[in-house]
Design a protein around this ligand. Structure first.
Ligand code: ADP
Ligand code: MG
Length: 292
């Protein structure tokens, strides 16, 4: 590769909001055929908002929200912020939580006012020996609307569910359409529930969905595709996405995301939207054409 053309591409990329780490990343990107995108914070705004609180019979709406939000103050997950902000907006006073524990890919646990509280997904319920059979219809209705559902457990009793909405970024639909036209197969990988993922993906022309994915599994999915001869780029924003970004032929971090994601990536999209990937692909093609 002639250094000048790479330098030109790097400069143009920077002007267009794509930081390119090195020539190798640009060269590899030209050969990529499969693009994996994280859902939360990559396709969506990543600022979920609490839109529903559904206590089970015998449980109080304000009380389940108070217990859940008191616990979530200890978590930095975007879903935790949604719960805490939702409680604050509703004027709920929070308590101090003890024995706080984050369960990766599942939720949080701890003690509030001497009561054992847990909040998270079906995997967390399963770990606790519980199920959400009675809440399934309510949960599925919210998921079909693209919302994320979390179950709250108080003293080993499922006390209710919360639903959280995270709108798709305004720039996402057009960017995905163009990426398709450029020839990428697009796969959504998310820790979120399959139904929620399906509802979000349906309007976006996503080719394939991998849902209920544990953080360490994102890198595994990429390895499997690579073993079949695919060249894979991965776009993500979270701390959990860092291993996958490092495993990908080209990792693409959202500039609005976690520092560790940015450090693991070959490209950083400064504005945090997928338009930057379209630009990067065009730059990669133009640069490699010049070099050959
Ligand atoms: P992703 O960012 O791809 O959605 P995560 O691994 O961060 O994946 O989370 C997967 C799932 O685990 C979430 O959809 C949620 O159900 C649950 N979860 C994780 N952290 C929390 C939390 N702090 N509070 C409640 N649920 C959580
Ligand atoms: Mg994310």
């Amino acid at each position: 590769a002639t250094p000048m053309s790479i330098m030109t591409a790097t400069g143009r990329g920077a002007q267009a909001g794509v930081l390119i780490r090195n020539a190798e990343a640009l060269e590899r990107f030209e050969k990529v055929d499969t693009l994996i995108v994280d859902k939360t914070g990559t396709l969506t705004e990543g600022k979920p908002k609490l839109v529903g609180v559904y206590p089970e019979p015998g449980h109080d709406e304000v009380e389940v929200l108070r217990l859940a939000a008191s616990l979530e103050r200890g978590s930095e997950h975007p879903l935790a912020e949604a719960i805490v902000r939702g409680a604050e907006e509703r004027g709920v006073d929070l308590a101090k939580a003890d024995a706080f524990e984050a369960v990766t890919g599942k939720g949080v646990k701890g003690t509030v006012d001497g009561r054992v509280v847990a909040l998270g997904n079906v995997k967390l319920l399963t770990d606790l020996g519980l199920d959400a059979a009675e809440l399934r219809d309510k949960a599925d209705a919210r998921r079909d609307n693209g919302e994320t559902v979390m179950f709250v457990v108080v003293e080993n009793d499922v006390a209710g569910l919360f639903s959280v909405a995270d709108p798709v970024k305004a720039t996402t639909p057009a960017a995905l359409k163009e990426l398709h036209a450029l020839g990428f197969r697009i796969i959504m990988a998310t820790g979120d529930n399959e139904r929620t993922a399906r509802a979000v993906a349906s309007s976006l022309g996503i080719d394939e969905i991998r849902a209920d994915v544990m953080p360490e599994d994102k890198a595994k999915i990429i390895k499997e595709l690579q073993a079949k001869g695919h060249k894979v780029a991965m776009a993500g924003d979270g701390v959990n996405d860092a291993p996958a970004l490092a495993q990908a032929d080209v990792g693409i971090a959202m500039g609005t995301g976690a520092d560790v994601a940015i450090e693991s990536a070959g490209f950083t999209l400064v504005k945090g939207n997928l338009d930057g990937i379209v630009r990067a692909r065009k730059l990669a093609r133009a640069t490699m054409r010049n070099i050959r």
